[in-house]
Design a protein. Structure first.
Length: 338
């Protein structure tokens, strides 16, 4: 974009100052410009530098004006007309008006239309152009500049709130349906998880540092982050410095486990956007707990067989005393002490 703008400015400046005495068009219709004679170093440098300036012009005209070599005759007519009156302020204003009109119609208006599609609105071309023109000349109309700004801000906020509500409702519906699956456990906080592989190592506490692999995606399947695509494919975190859903899950997972997490928005990023994650998004993670580094400065409750328990277990989930892992199903009680 910066290169294109630079070229645009150079084209305009070149048209304003370029020497034309050697190629001044004969005003008699149909007569070609006089032959060019280069007699001095200044003559040659002037002519040669302008010839080189032409490089890239074809691509510029195609990209910015949808013109090609078949339009060059009309382009040259416009070029010559501007050069002839380049010192007249009215000519510069006329050309600037044409340039802004072209930019507005081919770029700005389509961009606005794309934004308004979220509100299911189709732009009225005539009213769009009239609104822009009235603003240019400060004409009286149905809206002042301030009223227009206030109205657009209100509509943008309304559209944003509607989008947030849609994301919230979709997340709630997804979690409600997901909770019906037999292999999905729902904790009191609303966190849901499915055990893909159960490890038999220690369970982290919130202050421990964990080594994990993970992939995160939205409920529509959009992947927003994955350690599997990086080298190394593991990350280290302190368990209590993550989103609430991760902290809770990690404090239930034995090392060696691989779980699928379904995290409601209030246990994720809530009303904040995070990269590709829109506000109020329900998130899905595949999470593998590879290792932990125990924080020896804090104490932690132990299971009956002496293994640490990281957090409060949800209803229907218990610790298997043989492995120290959380499981579902009929209770298994430790043997009574002799």
């Amino acid at each position: 974009m910066k290169k294109i703008l630079t070229l645009s400015l150079l084209l305009l400046c070149g048209a304003l100052v370029a020497p034309v005495s050697a190629q001044k068009k004969d005003k008699k219709k149909g007569k070609k410009p006089a032959p060019v004679t280069l007699t001095t170093k200044a003559d040659s440098l002037s002519y040669a530098s302008a010839m080189l300036f032409h490089r890239g012009l074809d691509d510029y005209l195609k990209q910015n004006f949808d013109l090609d070599s078949t339009d060059m005759a009309d382009f040259v007519k416009g070029f010559d007309a501007f050069v002839e009156k380049r010192n007249e302020r009215s000519q510069r204003a006329f050309m600037a008006g044409q340039s802004v009109a072209d930019m507005m119609l081919r770029r700005f208006m389509p961009n606005v239309q794309t934004d308004l599609e979220k509100q299911h609105v189709t732009i009225d071309d005539a009213l769009f152009i009239r609104g822009f023109r009235d603003a240019l000349v400060n004409a009286e109309g149905p809206l002042t500049q301030q009223a227009a700004e206030t109205y657009m801000q209100a509509m943008a906020k309304q559209a944003e709130e509607a989008e947030h509500q849609k994301v919230l409702e979709e997340g709630k519906a997804f979690l409600a349906e997901n909770a019906k699956k037999e292999d999905v456990v729902t904790t009191p906080s609303g966190l849901q998880y499915r055990i893909l592989r159960q490890g038999n190592g220690p369970i982290p506490k919130a202050t421990d540092e964990v080594t994990v692999k993970y992939e995160g995606k939205l409920i529509d399947g959009t992947v927003f982050d994955s350690s599997y695509t990086r080298t190394p494919n593991t990350n280290q975190f302190r368990a209590d410095r993550l989103i609430k859903g991760w902290t809770e899950a990690l404090c239930l997972m034995p090392v060696g486990s691989k779980w699928e997490l379904f995290i409601p928005q209030e246990l994720a990023y809530g009303n904040r956007a995070a990269g590709k994650i829109p506000p109020y998004s329900t998130l899905i993670f595949t999470l593998e707990l590879d290792d932990l580094k125990r924080d020896t400065t804090a104490t932690q409750p132990l299971t009956p067989n002496g293994k640490p328990v990281g957090g409060k277990l949800p209803p229907g989930v218990r610790i298997n005393p043989a492995t120290g892992a959380p499981v579902t199903g009929p209770a298994i009680h430790p043997r009574p002490a002799k």
